[in-house]
Design a protein around this ligand. Structure first.
Ligand code: F6P
Length: 540
């Protein structure tokens, strides 16, 4: 029996959920206590989900039947659960203590620890001015080049931990293959005081290499000495040969491990630019926060396990209630890059429709993830969330203490966060809208004309993730929480969450487009639509 298509629990879900209000679920005593938990410095309230205790306990039992704990053990012990690429998935071991590393990685642990030490040394030497550029000047800026998983983790953490930028070195990231982005970046940099870090697991990624070549040309033109590349460039890659051919010194190339997927690689040397901004101590605190969540995930019972519960509630919304999207709304300027980061981790991991064995699945997988800073979303797409027929489950994320001295601002920010989760859940009925208009002195005609426009459907489920303040430890816990949620959902949907073949076709076709731009007679598979677009580009 397919759980998602045949179980009575899933079949009855829509009828049950449509016929009850989430608000009515609070009639059950202890709803908030029963549907909330704390772990690794985070508090998750999922009581505003449209699910009962019985339904949730069936889901937990089903996850158990699916041998979720065995899947977890397989991942943490290094089995090659990425079956299409024959790779283990061990990013979490990078944040574990030395003993765990040795136990899981065996001989590789020595190389991992050597790299960690090397990375920490680079950070210290650069921040203290012991390692300088070609002209002997102290580095003031770091430019990190990379895309996808070699970019998003750094980007989200750099902005999230802005109050912890303590080294005096300013870190920039460049992913987009758009000359305008390169030019804009270079306007702010001085070649003699800029350290460049190329991050590319394969060292073959078109966008990263094109940007790297442009930055290299700029630096050589500015400093007129090829030694600049040897002295001022680092790479993080598993393709040492290609990185060396680019002009990098072997000792300036930090390895990326085969068993760490790009989108989970922040914990490796990929985190070097981040560590250069926040320093080694804070970088270690980030890893410690993630490890605290790993520990919770591995040891807590399934029904008391934050990533598991978040995953099950997400499955309930996606597969039982057929909600297609997930909004992620951080009420925190520092977390503004989190929705973009989660779009990659979630949708690149679980946006699939065949099982690990290659069979077509009969159920939906990853939701469409979107979002932005909550208050800005309120004045934009949240109109649709309140009044269209689309129900969009939402993750609200907020810290009790803000990072600025503007306390009134933080109070208003938090109030908006709490109010929105309530508004999405409560909605406003026609009768309420009418009463409100009457109370505000509207005439009979005005009530008749306006009331329907003021109705809000409500019954939109949400999670609220609370933390005391957004520290490196908390950020680590948040990122690990979502990583594990995605892992659990991937196991239960039966997909391989750790490959990404879907990005390949576009890469192949872009080679053809580039060839056609130079020679219109080459063999191609382009449609007449694209041929005309290419002609327009050639004739511009
Ligand atoms: O988006 C596809 C992808 O292969 C990601 O998985 C990866 O993180 C990114 O491209 C960049 O790849 P690389 O690190 O090899 O440059």
């Amino acid at each position: 029996m397919d759980f998602f298509t045949d179980s009575s629990l899933v079949k009855n879900a829509v009828v049950c959920a449509e016929n009850r209000s989430i608000l009515s679920l609070f009639d059950t005593p202890n709803r908030v206590t029963d549907f909330s938990l704390s772990a690794a410095g985070l508090y998750l309230d999922y009581s505003k989900q449209n699910i009962t205790k019985t339904e949730l306990s069936h889901l937990v039992a089903w996850a158990d039947e699916c041998k979720l704990s065995d899947h977890m053990k397989a991942m943490f012990s290094g089995e090659k659960i990425n079956n299409t690429e024959q790779r283990a998935v061990l990013h979490s071991v990078l944040r574990a203590p030395s003993g765990v590393k040795h136990q899981v990685l065996g001989n590789d642990a020595v190389a991992v620890e050597k790299t960690e030490q090397h990375m920490a040394q680079i950070v210290d030497d650069i921040c203290q001015g012991k390692l300088t550029g070609l002209t002997g000047e102290k580095f003031t800026d770091v430019l990190a080049l990379g895309i996808g998983g070699s970019y998003y983790g750094i980007k989200v953490s750099l902005s999230a931990l802005h109050p912890y930028h303590s080294t005096g070195v300013k870190v920039h990231v460049l992913a987009n293959v758009d000359g305008a982005a390169v030019t804009e970046k270079l306007e702010t940099l001085t070649a003699a005081t800029t350290l460049v870090v190329i991050i590319s697991k394969t060292f073959t990624t078109q966008e990263t290499l094109l940007n790297a070549n442009a930055i290299k040309a700029w630096m050589l033109a500015e400093l007129s000495d090829p030694e600049a590349i040897a002295k001022q460039w680092y790479a993080v890659s598993s393709n040492v040969e290609k990185a060396q051919r680019f002009g990098l010194m072997a000792e300036n190339i930090l390895p990326m491990w085969d068993w760490v997927g790009g989108r989970f690689s922040l914990w490796s040397a990929v985190g070097l630019p981040l560590a250069l901004a926040i320093g080694n101590e804070h970088f270690n605190a980030l890893k410690a926060g993630a490890y605290a969540m790993d520990q919770h995930f591995q040891t807590a019972r399934l029904d008391e396990n934050m990533p598991v519960l978040m995953a099950l509630v997400g499955l309930w919304n996606r597969n039982a209630l057929n909600y297609q999207s997930l909004a992620v709304l951080p009420y925190d300027h520092a977390l503004r890059a989190l929705p973009g980061y989660l779009q990659q981790t979630d949708m690149e991991s679980n946006g699939k429709s065949v099982s690990k064995q290659g069979e077509k699945l009969n159920w939906a997988t990853a939701p469409i993830v979107f979002g932005q800073e909550g208050t800005n979303g309120q004045h934009a797409f949240m109109q649709l969330m309140h009044q269209s027929d689309e129900i969009i489950p939402t993750d609200f994320i907020v810290a009790l203490q803000g990072s600025s001295d503007l306390e009134e601002h933080h109070k208003v920010l938090v109030a908006n966060c709490f109010a929105q989760s309530e508004a999405l859940m409560q909605g406003k009925s026609l009768a309420q809208a009418q009463d409100e208009l009457v109370a505000n002195g509207a005439s009979k005609e005005e009530v008749a004309r306006l009331a329907a426009h003021k109705v809000m459907k409500g019954n939109t489920p949400s999670n609220t993730l609370l933390m005391q303040s957004l520290t490196p430890h908390c950020l680590g816990a948040i990122l690990a929480l979502y990583e594990h949620k995605i892992f659990v959902q991937g196991c239960l949907w039966q997909v391989n969450s750790y490959d990404q073949w879907g990005v390949e076709l576009g890469k192949q076709l872009s080679e053809q487009v580039l060839a056609l731009m130079s020679d219109s007679s080459v063999n191609h598979q382009m449609s007449p639509s694209s041929v005309k677009l290419i002609e327009a580009f050639v004739q511009k």
